[in-house]
Design a protein around this ligand. Structure first.
Ligand code: COA
Length: 351
């Protein structure tokens, strides 16, 4: 089908005075132009997937674009977040990823804990190993990369069965592996790639271990109590103390373990019992410890987003993945009183 010959490039609006409605019309007209053969003179080829887009940005003194009345003037600031997205023809390279991490705010010497989804990035040349390599390059030899390497398989398959186990329960419990540093984790391809590196170190907790590489790896993984495994005496406490950062790659605050850490510091945290087998002097025994409970998306997404708005943290796209870099200490300082408040409200509602 031939394209209409009359596709014209729209004139740029007056950025200082344009309204939200005019901006949408400009975007649509520019996208039509870029997708048409009229774009050939400028770009060489029409771009059928052309999509100028813009992100909503939270600013302390101004509403989001989406919240503006249809004809209200929008600011240059909001315009400046306009981006052009093009369908990629090849996978992301390590160099492109390094550039992306720098845009997110990663700097040399940082200690980062990374919560990630590899598939959210779009295709990456070399997969998870390339992502790990790029993160190491971004923080350099003085930096540290940490990933959770939790092992949900090391848990009681029959937690509600008390007393002497039936034969079936006994068999299921006997099949549960004892943690060792080579046990695969279920935290995704990127943690697995990092854990498998020859210089990677891993903390010893049967269910809540982390793996780390880099300058502070040994101190980060050095101590982790069996009870409250994500609390003060854990890799999370250490990362907090050394001024670490959290990098979320295509995942949300429901994956942000530092919110569990913050909860351990509240006066009345939700609690759970962990049960796991351990080898103690050659004997296989089951241990029970206390820890903070699961959030199940109750408060963590809210508290995480509130902190981002409070701290002015912006989402940056790396490949196809929305990414955020969050400083641990300010997050914890914000989250402890906020979670205390939310948990007290829950308790009030239950009373
Ligand atoms: C569960 C979770 C890991 C799933 O994310 P995911 O992107 O689907 O899975 P992974 O990160 O393991 O990446 C593997 C997937 O990447 C994709 N993939 C494979 N090769 C790829 C490549 N070269 N480039 C890009 N993607 C690729 C595939 O879809 C693959 O899935 P498959 O193995 O089933 O085919 C993620 O949602 C998550 O929760 N991450 C955070 C974990 C965490 O830190 N938790 C903390 C405590 S809650």
């Amino acid at each position: 089908m031939s394209e209409p010959t009359a596709t014209m490039r729209p004139p740029e609006p007056d950025w200082s005075a344009t309204t939200a409605g005019e901006l949408v019309a400009y975007r649509d007209a520019e996208n039509r132009f870029r997708a048409s053969s009229a774009a050939r003179a400028i770009t060489g080829d029409p771009d059928p997937g052309a999509a100028i887009d813009w992100r909503e940005v939270a600013l302390p003194d101004r509403d989001h674009l989406a919240g503006s009345p249809p004809n209200a003037p929008i600011s240059r600031w909001e315009m400046s977040s306009m981006t052009t997205t093009k369908p990629r023809t090849c996978g992301l390279t390590a160099a492109e990823l390094v550039e992306g991490w720098c845009e997110v705010g990663v700097e040399e010497g940082m200690a980062l804990i990374v919560h990630s989804s590899l598939s959210s990035l779009g295709r990456v040349e070399g997969g998870a190993a390339t992502v790990v390599e790029s993160l190491r390059t971004a923080v350099g030899p003085t930096g540290t990369i940490v990933t959770p390497t939790f092992t949900w398989q090391v848990t009681d398959p029959d937690p509600d069965h008390a007393g002497v186990p039936s034969t079936a329960v006994g068999e299921r419990r006997a099949a549960v592996p004892i943690f060792d540093v080579d046990l695969p984790s279920s935290m995704g391809a990127i943690p697995e790639a990092l854990r498998s590196l020859p210089d990677s170190m891993r903390s010893p907790h049967p269910q809540a271990s982390v793996a780390a590489v880099g300058a502070d790896a040994a101190t980060v993984v050095g101590r982790q109590t069996l009870g409250f495994a994500v609390g003060r005496t854990s890799p999370f406490g250490r990362l907090h103390d050394i001024g670490g950062y959290i990098l979320l790659i295509g995942v949300g605050h429901n994956r942000n373990t530092f919110l569990h850490y913050a909860e351990t510091l509240t006066p009345h945290p939700r609690l759970k019992v962990r049960r796991f087998p351990m080898d103690i002097d050659g004997e296989r025994v089951w241990l029970e410890t206390l820890d903070v409970g699961n959030d199940n998306d109750t408060h963590f997404p809210t508290v995480g987003h509130e902190f981002e708005a409070h701290a002015g943290i912006l989402e940056v796209m790396v490949g196809d993945a929305p990414c955020r870099l969050i400083p641990v200490q300010p997050l914890v300082s914000f989250a402890v009183p906020r979670l205390t408040e939310l948990l007290a409200l829950d308790a009030g509602q239950r009373a």
